[in-house]
Design a protein around this ligand. Structure first.
Ligand SMILES: C[S@@+](CC[C@H](N)C(=O)[O-])C[C@H]1O[C@@H](n2cnc3c(N)ncnc32)[C@H](O)[C@@H]1O
Length: 213
C-alpha cells in the first residue's frame, strides 16, 4: 500500500463503521487508564495519544480532570468523530493533530511530552524504516522522566488487525527498541474482547525515561 492508499484506508474505516462497532472499541479503556494513573503524572501533564482514533480513553481522561491532551491520528475522520463526541467545554483541553507517525510533520513540533500513549498503532508498522521513525520521534519529544505506554498485539496475538498485517511484540522487544534510557515499570498480557465476541491478545507496557532524572 502506498502512503496515500494507507491514509485513505483509515479514512474509510471511520466513515463506514460506527466507532463503537470497530474491532478495537473499548467501552472503557481500563488497562490504559490504570497505567496512566500508575505513572502518577499531574492532571496538567502533557499526554500524547498517538493513533488515538475515536477512543473513549479521551472522554475518561477528561472526566478524570486531565487538561492537556493531544489526540493524534492519520485519519481526519477519526479525529472528527472524537471532536463531535466530546463536550464543547472539553475541546479547549485537547489538541487534535492529524499527522502520520511514519512521516511526522506537526508531531515533530511538540516537545516535553509527559506521557506517550499508544494502543494498537505501532503493530501496523511492518517496515523497519517506519518503526525507526516512530521510536526516533518518541525519543525526541518525550521529556526526561516521561512515561511511555505501548499496548500492541503480543507474540500469541493475531497476525492481522483491521485486515492489515501486524508486527507483534513482547516487553523485551519493546525494551530493546526503546534502549537503556528506558526502565520497564510494568507489563502484562491482556485479553481484549472485540464487539464481535472474538478475543485479541495484547501486551501492555509502561516504561519511564530515566535519562537525566
Ligand atoms: C486499531 S486503531 C486503534 C485506535 C485507538 N488507539 C484505540 O485504541 O481505540 C489504529 C489507529 O491508528 C491510526 N493510524 C494508523 N496508522 C497511523 C499512522 N501512520 N499515523 C498515525 N495514526 C495512524 C488509525 O487511523 C487508527 O485510528
Amino acid at each position: 500500500m502506498t502512503e496515500i492508499e494507507y491514509k485513505t484506508y483509515w479514512e474509510k474505516v471511520y466513515h463506514k463503521t460506527a466507532f463503537n462497532q470497530l474491532g478495537w472499541f473499548e467501552e472503557k479503556a481500563v488497562p490504559s487508564l490504570n497505567l496512566i494513573q500508575e505513572s502518577g503524572v499531574a492532571q496538567h501533564a502533557k499526554i500524547l495519544n498517538v493513533g488515538a482514533g475515536a477512543t473513549t480513553l479521551m472522554d475518561d481522561l477528561l472526566k478524570l480532570g486531565y487538561t492537556n491532551i493531544i489526540a493524534n491520528d492519520l485519519s481526519k475522520a477519526a479525529l472528527d468523530v472524537l471532536k463531535n463526541r466530546l463536550a464543547t467545554t472539553d475541546l479547549e483541553k485537547v489538541i487534535f493533530m492529524e499527522d502520520d507517525l511514519t512521516n511526522p510533520k506537526t508531531l515533530t513540533q511538540i516537545n516535553e511530552v509527559d506521557i506517550w500513549h499508544d494502543r494498537a498503532v505501532l503493530h501496523f508498522f511492518i517496515d523497519e524504516k517506519d518503526q525507526n521513525t516512530y521510536f526516533k520521534l518518541l525519543k525526541k519529544i518525550l521529556k526526561p522522566g516521561g512515561f511511555v505506554i505501548i499496548a500492541v498485539f503480543n507474540l500469541k496475538g493475531a497476525s492481522k488487525c483491521s485486515g492489515l498485517e501486524v508486527f507483534r511484540y513482547n516487553d523485551e522487544m519493546l525494551q530493546d527498541r526503546l534502549g537503556a534510557d528506558f526502565k520497564l515499570l510494568n507489563s502484562f498480557n491482556y485479553a481484549y474482547m472485540m464487539p464481535s465476541g472474538s478475543e485479541r491478545s495484547y501486551v501492555y507496557t509502561l516504561f519511564q525515561n530515566i535519562r537525566n532524572v
